[in-house]
Design a protein around this ligand. Structure first.
Ligand code: FPP
Length: 223
């Protein structure tokens, strides 16, 4: 691979279908998806990718059935608590971005604890987008910018300080952005794969990175 992206972001899709194909409840798909999250984090750290972000829960996802929302929230808390040692050991700074006001006090506490504990990690930054949407981000940035009389909207986006993604991967065959980072992906390379998220592991991730490495990025200029 001749080009390693600095920031890879992933829309993890297809957990529900993966579970349904096996006659299981959707929640089992999300649980299997946690293993894929672990696999891409590990592989990214190994390859020297500096930022890896995943879209775990959108603002729109709040309207899923209560049972699924609460199962996902418990899974986030459990995963955060389980992975603390791994992040610390591997020098990974863990961050959560999104509308934190909508998260439970328990989840917010777990996030703050892990963020503070891993803040010294310099090898990689792992970002989980929870209760996030691109339009929400732009709107909250515009509001804060107006209140402060600022003029640079980038400074007010929740991603301020994080380089824009070089590569966005979406699994499960859907070819759309679904209100994810709208501002930040202006020049991002998009890779879509039919693989469902729980089946997206090291091998499938390497294939997506390979595809990226063959792209010719011009950022609107001529070469
Ligand atoms: C999309 O599949 C997936 C989600 C909405 C949840 C993603 C969450 C995880 C993989 C769990 C853990 C994550 C972390 C960061 C610990 P879908 O439910 O939309 O699937 P479908 O389109 O087949 O219905």
């Amino acid at each position: 691979m001749n080009k390693i992206p600095r920031h890879v972001t992933i829309i993890m899709d297809g957990n529900g279908r993966w579970a349904r194909q096996r006659g299981l409840d959707r929640v089992f798909g999300h649980r299997a998806g946690v293993e894929s999250v672990r696999a891409v984090f590990e592989t990214s750290a190994e390859l020297g990718i500096e930022y890896l972000s995943v879209f775990a829960f959108s603002e729109e996802n709040w309207s899923r059935p209560d049972s699924e929302v609460s199962a996902l929230m418990s899974l986030f808390i459990k995963s955060i608590n389980n992975e603390k040692e791994t992040f610390l050991k591997n020098g990974i700074h863990f961050r959560v971005l999104g509308n934190r006001e909508r998260l439970s006090p328990e989840l917010n506490a777990a996030i703050d604890d892990l963020d503070a504990a891993t803040a010294g990690g310099t090898r990689m930054t792992a970002i989980i987008f929870v209760s996030y949407s691109g339009k929400w981000d732009i709107a909250q940035a515009a509001r804060r910018m107006a209140a402060e009389g600022g003029d640079d909207i980038e400074k007010y986006l929740v991603t301020y300080g994080i380089p824009d993604p070089d590569l966005l991967i979406r699994t499960s065959g859907e070819q759309r952005i679904s209100n994810f980072m709208l501002w930040q992906i202006a020049y991002t390379e998009l890779v879509f794969t039919d693989v469902l998220w729980p089946d997206f592991r090291r091998e499938q991730y390497l294939a997506a990175l390979e595809e990226y490495s063959l792209r010719d990025r011009r950022f609107g200029k001529v070469k």
